[in-house]
Design a protein around this ligand. Sequence first.
Ligand SMILES: Cc1cc2nc3c(=O)[nH]c(=O)nc-3n(C[C@H](O)[C@H](O)[C@H](O)COP(=O)(O)OP(=O)(O)OC[C@H]3O[C@@H](n4cnc5c(N)ncnc54)[C@H](O)[C@@H]3O)c2cc1C
Length: 361
Amino acid sequence: MEFKEIAVVGAGIIGMTTAYRLSQLGHNVVIIDPELNQHQNCDRYENASKASLGILMGNIFRRSTGRSWRLRQRSMSLWPELMKELYDFDKSIRIDTPLIQLASDKKELELMKELCQERAGLGLKLLDPARDQTIEGSWPKNEYGGLISKNDGRINPHKLLKCLRISLDKLKVKTISTKVISLFRSSQGKQAEWKIMLENREILTKDFIVICSALGSQSLLHKIGHEQQMEAVLGQAIHLTLNDDDQNNWEDWPAVITSNGINLIPLEKNQILIGATLEPGIKPSRSALSKLKSLNGLSPKWIKNVSIKKQWYGIRARPLGQPAPLLKTIEPGLILNTAHYRNGILLAPACAEWVANQIKT
Ligand SMILES: Cc1cc2nc3c(=O)[nH]c(=O)nc-3n(C[C@H](O)[C@H](O)[C@H](O)COP(=O)(O)OP(=O)(O)OC[C@H]3O[C@@H](n4cnc5c(N)ncnc54)[C@H](O)[C@@H]3O)c2cc1C
């Protein structure tokens, strides 16, 4: 294979995973993002990856056909491989399993039963009602039971990004902490090289550009005549601390519980993460946050006696008029791997592989 000069624009989980994959294959890769060296401890993230909860919901997904299902399944098979590689850089990185999804009504439970029969081979089981009884009072209200997915779970997104950053350094991927201002081609021919103008007016020349810059992708593409419209969808999350007399070690908890569209992730003793809302635009809504905190009215008793340790939000990019994510070669040498509105963490390995295959052929 001929190795290429490639620039990846955007260093969220999608850009980082893509850069990692391409450089592993031997390409000469540079990754560019003004957020590359930015401190992660804030309450607002333009970069959705830093705001994410890191849940990997690959097997609990209603449809069993279509691109989204195929990407999920491909990612689920690539994750263990990626974890083995990243483990060399951080021995504490891991995917915690299982994930439990609670049914909100009888109809949903029936659908879950069907899914279980179809996907027993993928590790889906119905929640045992007897076991359920023993933990009543601790989980969110659970009248109907639900599904256990043995292989779905959660990875800590900050650890993942840190680990990918270390591995990019080891693979000698160049990192440039600035904004890309514009893209253009040196001539109109098929073999024309791509030029990238950085904020400091420096110009880079590359064989391929992979755009992984979420909402920032729109203006870069617009300037060269490609309209890929996206809207912002905000997501809020909270880290709660239970007050002392409500000790909770989460002993009977799985890695993730999802109930009524809200995810709960138990951490160490008395600590829990809850998220994420889906709100149009870029301004967080107070009412969405309070619904999140009360788990849409289904909260267990302990949630009334908590304090907020940290709350934050991030902005996702959702494509308009086409399904997410945008995986496309839009001109020779110009590839899109972006607009991962939801599940970008889950889908990152499969989408990075897709990009690598475009460059191979
Ligand atoms: C609160 C919350 C919880 C979530 N939970 C989950 C979850 O549990 N599981 C899951 O799979 N997904 C989850 N998601 C969704 C997931 O976070 C996204 O799908 C994923 O992070 C998208 O990654 P990305 O790399 O495409 O975008 P981003 O992480 O947004 O990265 C895009 C990057 O592009 C850079 N950029 C933009 N313009 C330019 C430019 N001109 N030049 C250079 N760089 C540029 C930005 O600085 C940014 O760093 C959640 C999202 C939120 C907000």
